[in-house]
Design a protein around this ligand. Sequence first.
Ligand code: HEM
Length: 410
Amino acid sequence: VVSCPATGRFDPNGPDDFALLDQIRREQPVFFHEGIGAWCVTRHEDVMTIFREPESFANGGMLDVTVPMPAAIIAEVGADYVWPNHFALNQTDPPQHTRLRKLTQKAFTPRTINRREPDLRQLADELIDGFVDDGRAELVSAFTSHVPTNAIAMVLGMDRSYANRFPGWVEAHVSLMAVPDMSEEEAVKQWRRLIESDQLTRALIEERRREPADDLTSELIAARGDDGEPSLTDDELIANILGMITAGSDTTSILIANIVYRLLLDRARWERALGDRALVPTLVEEGLRYSSPVRGNRRTTTREVTLGGVAIPAGSSVYFSLSAANRDAEVFADAESFDLCRANAGEHLAFGKWAHFCLGAVLARLEAKVALEALLDRLPDLRLAPGQDQGLPYYNNMIVPVLLGLEVEW
Ligand code: HEM
């Protein structure tokens, strides 16, 4: 009897199957997956190698929009229009990435972000005010999805009403990247959203160039290189502001929902957090480790590389699984259990590492902390609605899945 190897059962676009990932990590941690045409990498140590060597594992072109502009859009913006996405951090490689990263990081400092904590708490409280008297809620659409969009709008100094447009902008980018045979009507709809995202952000930048304010957009405009490097152009600013919106919305919503879910699934954990708020920062790290909101990502090899003893040719597509790396028993004792006090939870790779380390990690951590504290304070009797104990429902994919809902009561 020939048994199917574990790797043959791995579906990167399916739900996380942690038992299977564990078997693969032990038996064949680096392997080629025909379905996605990529080398899959599952061990913590090998994923770290990818992060350590951005020159060998390139990002360039990864997020290109591939659906061409339909005639109706060309008539509106001209055939020469280019959506400025190719200047985004997660789309570029050194040395271009190095310059963009240095400048954006100068603006995106812990100081700029952390002083927003009282505003974020107010935002969380306003959202909770909207449903606190209902006795039940679908927490993703009522709460977790709004925290990141409003937080990013607030930090950037955008009108709060823009936050409601972000999901449409993100959907436009993702679908124009990925859907090969899109109808003309759909392409027009999605391209209009993409162009709107460009125009509204461009208008904000023009406004702040004329009159700087106390916000991240003004700081990004003002950021200067130490060594005569040119400051960010308008297209670079737009690409990176939109990049923050895309990278920071669904990810943070998933993180908050997952932590709430894990705490409520075994309610003794919720009770512990109620009694000891000092646990919250570790809880956030363990939430990131246990259910990595970014399940994995791709790179392209620029030369032949060896990972986990496997030779991978130049020009290959590589997919690293953060879901697998973050449950690696070589790094995390009792990796399959959600541990409120895990001492080394912070060794997770849920934010990546080094060159492309998540620019928004400080904001994401702050949002998660504030959102959890607000829920603990305002809804101490929170519990899962009946039938919610079989795992959270997702529309799955191999990078950031779409979380469909979390029904709770109190
Ligand atoms: C829980 C929430 C979040 C998670 C789990 C997360 C995860 C990640 C990961 C894994 C990467 C690296 C990807 C790679 O190396 O291929 C990344 C990069 C990035 N993230 Fe986040 N992220 C989160 C929230 C945010 C927020 C709130 C923002 C901004 C407001 C943001 C902005 C970015 C940007 C701009 C990059 C690209 C950095 C670069 O390539 O230099 N992220 N994030």
